[in-house]
Design a protein around this ligand. Structure first.
Ligand SMILES: Cc1cc2nc3c(=O)[nH]c(=O)nc-3n(C[C@H](O)[C@H](O)[C@H](O)COP(=O)(O)OP(=O)(O)OC[C@H]3O[C@@H](n4cnc5c(N)ncnc54)[C@H](O)[C@@H]3O)c2cc1C
Ligand code: FES
Length: 356
């Protein structure tokens, strides 16, 4: 089938049942990107085919899938024609059906803009803080992330969470915390001197990790650079005069992996209710001078969580899976668990591109 513009490789019409919208994809972008650019509140979480949040049923037309979706969708869903919108580029005009929309999720229009890495600061031996000055302002909600690519260096964008609360009038400067992943292309490149003053492309915002309205305890868990979106979330909540009690458990291996401790001490000092910050070390030598907690982030859940809490978690997928298993152990409500797994290509890769 040719597109409504009559061009095989040209723009395609995408009709989205469930949000009652008809949009146009440029023929190169995914259904998710086209929908977010059109300002549609389309469910999405990871952007890399690893969470299933963006799944939709392909009712008519054809798509090209960028990665294999078989491991994230069930056999029944695959049989019923479900696809991942973040991994599907329309090859023809298409009609898709979305089952569930989160009416409270952020709906800032997706912006693609150039930017320059104007500052870089080591936070630990393997985490850097990057400040990117954008050519055009970008709006986001605390907890969301951007897709960042480096023309000529890393063409395929990687996801990085905004580490600071957003400005009310849009942001011309954004901050990311990036942890070096062994053999990771982007995360190691940004640690080097070449990154400073280098041009990048930033597309965002993506994601539905945001603070839900409630009066209940905020129980947050982060590991490594997963601290970034939790920091943004809590900073924004402070600006909004939030008076919910907070327990924030920050997992790291050793003392040299801890950072932003002073920032959290200052946040806690200004907070309008109880704020407990627990850094916990999993691999700190027994004979070191560390006086704080040792062990895993999961060991505090049962003791510290309020039964009515909302849980917010960010960081390495195994840490989040372990915390979910612990929450399930005492039948914690799944509807009050929110997380961003920092998936990379070792979790999601299926490099062969296949036509639909
Ligand atoms: C929603 C979201 C938010 C995120 N936010 C942050 C953040 O704020 N900070 C942060 O540091 N990270 C964040 N990440 C992770 C980030 O997007 C990158 O995945 C990470 O920085 C690694 O990128 P890289 O280019 O260095 O590694 P890559 O080059 O992508 O490689 C990552 C790993 O995968 C392996 N690998 C590469 N290709 C394949 C393949 N084909 N098959 C199997 N293994 C392969 C590599 O050897 C390496 O170990 C986030 C991820 C998501 C999904
Ligand atoms: S699988 Fe598409 S947003 Fe996660």
């Amino acid at each position: 089938m040719l597109s409504f513009f009559g061009l095989k490789n040209g723009p395609k019409q995408v009709q989205i049942e469930g949000v009652d919208a008809a949009i146009v994809s440029d023929g190169k972008e995914t259904i998710l990107t086209a929908a977010l650019k059109a300002g549609i509140r389309y469910p999405n979480n990871c952007r890399v085919g690893g969470c299933g949040a963006c799944k939709c049923q392909l009712k008519s037309g054809k798509v090209k899938e960028l990665t294999e979706s078989a491991y994230i969708l069930t056999a029944e869903e695959l049989k019923a024609g479900y696809i991942l919108a973040c991994q599907s580029i329309p090859k023809t005009d298409v009609v898709v059906h979305v089952d569930h929309i989160d009416a409270g999720a952020p709906s800032h229009p997706l912006v693609t803009t150039g930017g320059t890495i104007t500052a870089r600061r080591a936070l630990t031996h393997d985490i850097v803080e990057l400040t990117v000055t954008l050519d055009e302002p970008l709006r986001y909600s605390a907890g969301q992330f951007a897709a960042v690519s480096v023309p000529g260096v890393v063409e395929q964008a990687r996801s990085y969470s905004f580490a600071r609360a957003p400005s009310a009038n849009g942001n011309t400067e954004v901050v990311f915390y990036v942890r070096a992943v062994p053999n990771g292309v982007m995360s190691n490149w940004v640690q080097g001197d070449a990154a400073l003053n280098h041009r990048v492309v930033v597309e965002g915002p993506y994601g539905e990790f945001y603070l839900r309205e409630s009066g209940s305890q905020i129980y947050a868990i982060a590991g490594g650079s997963g601290l970034a979106p939790v920091r943004a979330l809590l900073e924004q909540a402070l600006n909004d005069k939030c008076n919910r009690p907070v327990v924030f458990v920050f997992g790291a291996r050793t003392q040299k992996d801890l950072y932003c401790l002073d920032d959290f001490a200052s946040l806690r000092a200004k907070w309008n209710a109880d704020f407990t910050f627990i850094p916990v070390l999993s691999h700190e030598p027994e004979d070191s001078d560390w006086k704080g907690e040792r062990g895993l982030v999961t060991q505090f859940i049962e003791k510290r969580i309020d039964p009515q809490a909302q849980v917010y978690m960010c960081g390495p997928p195994p840490m989040i899976d372990a915390a979910i298993a612990e929450l399930e152990r005492f039948s914690f409500r799944a509807n009050d668990i929110f997380f961003d797994k920092f998936l990379d290509q070792s979790h999601t890769a299926a490099p062969e591109k296949k036509a639909g």
